[in-house]
Write a protein that binds this ligand. Structure first.
Ligand code: DGI
Ligand code: FE
Ligand code: FE
Ligand code: FE
Length: 188
């Protein structure tokens, strides 16, 4: 992995300035939520910085990676929105040498969530949703709930995202539905 500066330089090379600023804000927000929830700060930092590492890669890179690492073929039915986390984690592992499965799972699940999410995964999922530049109807409710109880923030995002996707006639990745079922009835 090398030093933090080396990691930052590799991430910066992959991202346009706007996206690079976003991942730095997600890191800061993840650190704050990690501190409040007893989560490992170094893992929160690395997961926050790397979560969108693959966001600007061409579709061919993801398709090749799905084949190379024999990931679920159903992934081919989706696109960048799903690939950059799930498939991006493999690129992070092999290009950045980050083998920590806690960090990789936080990247894998940052877009869709999952039925089971470790506290680190919850922190990164929420940090991406509420980082200071996020501005959408409901973001302040999401911030307030997340500060009150991390799991309530997770439930809020799961419901909000599913409603948004349905409203926009988007395909639902099954894991997004799993997240809704696992979290929303439990933290209404
Ligand atoms: O990468 P970011 O923009 O920081 O945020 P993200 O990774 O959380 O979300 C990327 C996009 O993924 C966002 O526009 C919502 C979309 N998305 C989340 N769940 C699903 C999804 N898109 C589809 N088609 N299906 C899903 O289940
Ligand atoms: Fe993302
Ligand atoms: Fe997100
Ligand atoms: Fe993000």
């Amino acid at each position: 992995p090398g030093t933090r500066d080396e990691l930052l330089a590799k991430i910066e090379k992959q991202l346009k300035p706007k996206r690079f600023k976003h991942v730095q804000r997600v890191e800061q927000t993840a650190l704050r939520l990690a501190e409040a929830n007893g989560v490992d700060l170094e893992k929160a930092s690395i997961a926050g910085l790397t979560h969108d590492y693959a966001k600007q890669r061409p579709a061919e890179d993801f398709i090749q990676t799905i084949k190379d690492y024999q990931l679920a073929p159903e992934l081919l039915n989706y696109g960048n929105a799903i690939w950059h986390g799930v498939v991006g984690a493999e690129l992070i592992k092999h290009e950045l040498g980050i083998y920590d499965e806690d960090i990789l799972n936080a990247v894998r699940h940052h877009t869709t969530g999952a039925a089971y999410m470790s506290p680190l995964e919850q922190v990164v999922y929420m940090a991406d949703f509420i980082e200071p530049a996020r501005d959408f109807p409901g973001v302040d409710d999401a911030r307030r709930l997340t500060d009150k109880e991390l799991a309530m923030g997770v439930a809020y995002q799961a419901k909000h995202t599913l409603a948004y996707l349905i409203d926009n006639n988007q395909p639902i990745y099954p894991k997004s539905l799993d997240t809704y079922n696992a979290w929303v009835p439990q933290y209404p």
